[in-house]
Write a protein that binds this ligand. Structure first.
Ligand SMILES: C[S@@+](CC[C@H](N)C(=O)[O-])C[C@H]1O[C@@H](n2cnc3c(N)ncnc32)[C@H](O)[C@@H]1O
Length: 223
């Protein structure tokens, strides 16, 4: 697994390379690149480039054409930028104000690769006005490594529920960061979402490790 604490992480994606600047010494977790975001991007990268006539269980999922997406807790913006390069071109990256300088720096330094100014917005998971302002619903909600504080789990699950369309999908890069948050998170998710865990053998072999998972969450159908 190519995860490193060096100041710049190079992520090959969609035939090009994102250069991600991180500051592991800052007081905020969002200024570091967290590994599940790399695992999530490279899982999509692997399957979106499957040659024709190859069995691909994710063909339907990865039809990104004309789909709207939002990333929650984007930090340095790895997942959002990576998925943009993989065809999810209508995407908004969101996080809280202290993280915005790191996000803007990475969007700017990767502009030659992205060839566009990606949309970003301040969004606290418990802020109804900010959630309404991004104009849900979205076909895809993206999040990686954001379940680590038990108290913020209910607002995160609620934000996902409000933001994702009835037939939409949450693409979640996940690793246990707090046993308490983990327990509450999956209890709450089980009420709202049908949960599909991507088998480890389907992750990108060079960007996978035992503790990291990708989950696909879909809203339970109303009876
Ligand atoms: C561990 S970092 C992961 C960052 C990024 N997703 C990655 O994988 O590199 C968690 C992110 O969630 C954001 N976050 C935490 N609580 C939040 C909240 N209540 N509302 C919005 N964002 C939040 C943090 O600011 C931080 O950027």
């Amino acid at each position: 697994m190519k995860f490193t604490d060096s100041p710049v992480i190079e992520l090959p994606v969609a035939g090009t390379t994102l250069s991600l600047h991180q500051n592991n010494l800052s007081m905020h977790v969002g200024t570091s690149v967290w590994p599940c975001s790399l695992v999530l991007v490279k899982f999509i990268d692997r399957w979106i480039h499957t040659p024709p006539n190859t069995t691909n269980p994710y063909t339907h999922l990865l039809n990104f054409q004309s789909k709207r997406a939002i990333e929650l807790g984007c930090g340095c913006g790895v997942a959002g930028m990576g998925l943009y390069l993989l065809g999810l071109t209508d995407i908004i990256l969101t996080d809280i104000p202290p993280v915005m300088p790191a996000l803007k720096k990475n969007l700017k330094s990767n502009k030659p690769v992205l060839k566009k100014n990606l949309k970003y917005s301040i969004l606290y998971w418990n802020n109804k006005d900010q959630i309404n302002a991004v104009n849900p619903p979205f076909d895809f909600v993206v999040a990686a490594d954001v379940v680590y504080i038990e108290e913020s789990v209910p607002e995160f699950v609620n934000a996902m529920e409000v933001l994702v369309a009835e037939d939409g999908v949450v693409l979640l890069g996940y690793q246990i960061r707090s046993p308490e948050a983990h327990t509450v998170f999956w209890e709450m998710c089980g009420v709202v979402f049908d949960v599909e865990k991507v088998p480890h053998e389907d992750l990108h072999p060079e960007y996978a490790y035992e503790e990291a998972d990708v989950f696909l969450l879909r809203k339970k159908k109303k009876q």
